[in-house]
Design a protein around this ligand. Structure first.
Ligand code: NAP
Length: 277
């Protein structure tokens, strides 16, 4: 039986085991997906050596960045974002193990929002570039920024602290037309002009996530109307306060469930390609 896994520090909240084990059962695939809690990344190699049946695994908080250094090979997405969330394991006949890492959060996000991005692009004045506000500067933000840059959006990062955007947010990946550094501002800098220039708003902070569902990012919701698309990376609860307040102003809203499902499906395809390649 093929074995897959999710490694992370605390996995009580994981969606992946249910998602993959239901898929295996439904499609009669002889495989199993388990949760592996590693209190420390130093335990990773010991775990991998002991599990000669592991053919692929996901990576979550807080090991996505450390895994980029542990992999033998990275896809362009993983290298540019600086985080790995899916790894394909290859074993040589001599027992050597080779790890290839990718990032499926970015394309997972892209697939979840492509209709809305197309709509925003259509409504952007000729000669101008569409703009997006990305709230938060952590791992989800880096994946979202990478995807939005590849889609030709100008990005403004909104953080609690002023400062320079990190290297992943400054990525120069992609064709010359998408090479632009994300600018970084604080919540206090969000004027009506900035809101007007950015019709897409992504909550990439944990604010509003269960069980703390009565909080939301501090943005001027009064500036929103039906031209805006507000995407929350959070998928639990289904309707966050950020989504409720945005929808009340007429904005189109979406939670992160589709992104989550897409990243899992893309990880599965990555493992299958690696196995057959
Ligand atoms: P993270 O690294 O813990 O935090 C992201 C950023 O949010 C931080 O860097 C910080 O940016 C900001 N932030 C943190 N606490 C805050 C607070 N109390 N108030 C305001 N801002 C705060 O989390 P992450 O891994 O990027 O994930 C963010 C969210 O996306 C989580 O809810 C996660 O579950 C979700 N997510 C969903 C998917 C999906 O597939 N749908 C994938 C990945 C993550 P500043 O310090 O710059 O303000």
């Amino acid at each position: 039986m093929q074995q897959y896994a999710l490694i992370g520090r605390k996995l009580g909240h994981s969606f992946s085991a249910k998602f993959f084990n239901e898929k295996f059962e439904k499609l009669h695939i002889d495989a199993h997906y388990s949760l592996v809690e590693l209190p420390d990344f130093s335990g990773f190699d010991k775990w991998l050596e002991a599990r000669s049946d592991i053919v692929g695994f996901n990576v979550t908080i807080p090991y996505k960045e450390e895994m980029t250094r542990r992999c033998d090979c990275l896809t362009m997405e993983a290298r540019e974002i600086g985080a790995v969330n899916a790894v394909c394991v290859r074993r040589g006949e001599d027992g050597t193990i080779s790890l290839t890492g990718t990032n499926t959060d970015a394309p997972g996000f892209m697939l979840a929002v492509e209709d809305e991005l197309t709509q925003i692009r259509r409504e952007t004045q000729p000669g101008e570039r569409p703009g997006a506000l990305v709230l938060g500067t952590g791992g989800a933000s880096k994946a979202v920024c990478f995807a939005l840059k590849m889609a030709g959006f100008d990005i403004t990062l909104v953080s609690r602290t002023p400062g320079h955007s990190s290297s992943a947010h400054n990525t120069t990946a992609g064709p010359a037309s998408v090479r632009k550094t994300a600018q970084r501002i604080t919540y206090a800098d969000l004027t009506s002009e900035i809101m007007e220039a950015n019709r897409m708003i992504v909550n990439a902070t944990p604010l509003g996530m269960w069980p703390d569902t009565d909080v939301c990012p501090d943005i001027p919701y009064d500036c929103l109307d039906d031209r805006y698309f507000c995407f929350d990376c959070i998928y639990n609860p289904e309707q966050t306060l950020f989504m409720k307040k945005s929808a009340a102003k007429g904005a189109t809203v979406s939670n992160g469930l589709k992104m989550l499902e897409n990243q899992a499906i893309l990880a599965w395809q990555f493992w299958q390609n690696g196995k057959n390649g």
